[in-house]
Design a protein around this ligand. Structure first.
Ligand SMILES: [Zn+2]
Ligand SMILES: [Zn+2]
Length: 256
């Protein structure tokens, strides 16, 4: 299986793009501003979108991507997310005020957008890859996703702070090889990280102690806030010296 990183910054500015990844050719994981770098043809091939949560940096490009491909597709785009996230999209985005309701366009019977509620523990299969929603702890209902290609499992945390349920779920995965995990804030903003339920380097490295088989897992850091990209990454590497840690890079392609 292939995962292409379209965006992995915690913000915008210059070449920074927010969270979005392309799994294979027709599955999008979150729909941040990284989606805007896909060609229209690449956008038109996307059949499924899995969202970790409803925050803007993870959904920003979904409305305009759907608008872009209207008329280029003869089947709907299915958005998988927990019920709370889907309700936010219905109430606050696809409500005809912020953006048209693509779940009724061009007609309710042949709509462009289909919602598929997916709760923690549920698994969907796409192109032979099993995608399972895992529990995390953020300010809004959110999930992580495990992607099991058969050969290996990659987990993407989405936005989260520390929670024992997340590490328990990770430790139950025998073939876990890659963990993409957020570290939004530098240590000097640990208070803000706690308040907004994100990780800082100190919080993350402390939490990594719960990982049962750290030697088997490559930890890739994502969602660094642009103003402190370098500082945050330096703090993670210094404190997490005993772990296999690297920074996730925009444009990176991961085979697993
Ligand atoms: Zn968030
Ligand atoms: Zn975020």
């Amino acid at each position: 299986m292939q995962l292409r990183i379209l965006g992995c910054s915690g913000g915008i500015g210059g070449t920074n793009r927010t969270t979005s990844m392309l799994l294979g050719e027709r599955t999008l994981i979150d729909a941040g501003t990284g989606v805007g770098d896909l060609t229209v043809d690449e956008m038109a091939r996307i059949d499924q979108v899995f969202l970790t949560h409803a925050h803007l940096d993870h959904i920003a490009c979904l409305p305009m991507m759907l608008d872009n491909v209207l008329g280029l597709r003869d089947r709907p785009v299915t958005v998988h997310a927990n019920r709370a996230t889907l309700q936010v999209l219905r109430d606050h985005v696809f409500n005809w005020a912020i953006w048209p309701d693509f779940s009724a366009i061009p007609s309710p019977e042949a709509a462009m957008l289909r919602f598929a509620a997916m709760e923690i523990g549920e698994t969907r299969e796409v192109d032979g890859c099993r995608i399972t929603a895992l529990p995390v702890l953020h300010t809004v209902p959110a999930v992580a996703y495990a992607f099991d290609s058969g050969a290996a499992t990659l987990v993407f945390s989405g936005d989260t702070t520390d929670s024992p349920e997340f590490w328990r779920a990770l430790n139950a995965i025998d073939n876990l090889r890659t963990l993409i995990v957020e570290t939004a804030f530098a240590d000097r903003e640990e208070g803000l990280a706690r308040l907004s339920k994100h990780f800082s380097p100190r919080l993350l490295v402390g939490a990594l102690a719960q990982l049962a088989r750290p030697e088997a897992v490559e930890v890739l850091i994502t969602h660094l806030k642009p103003a402190d990209h370098a500082l945050t990454m330096r703090e993670v590497l210094e404190q997490g010296a005993g772990y296999r840690i690297a920074r996730l890079e925009q444009g990176q392609v991961i085979q697993f």
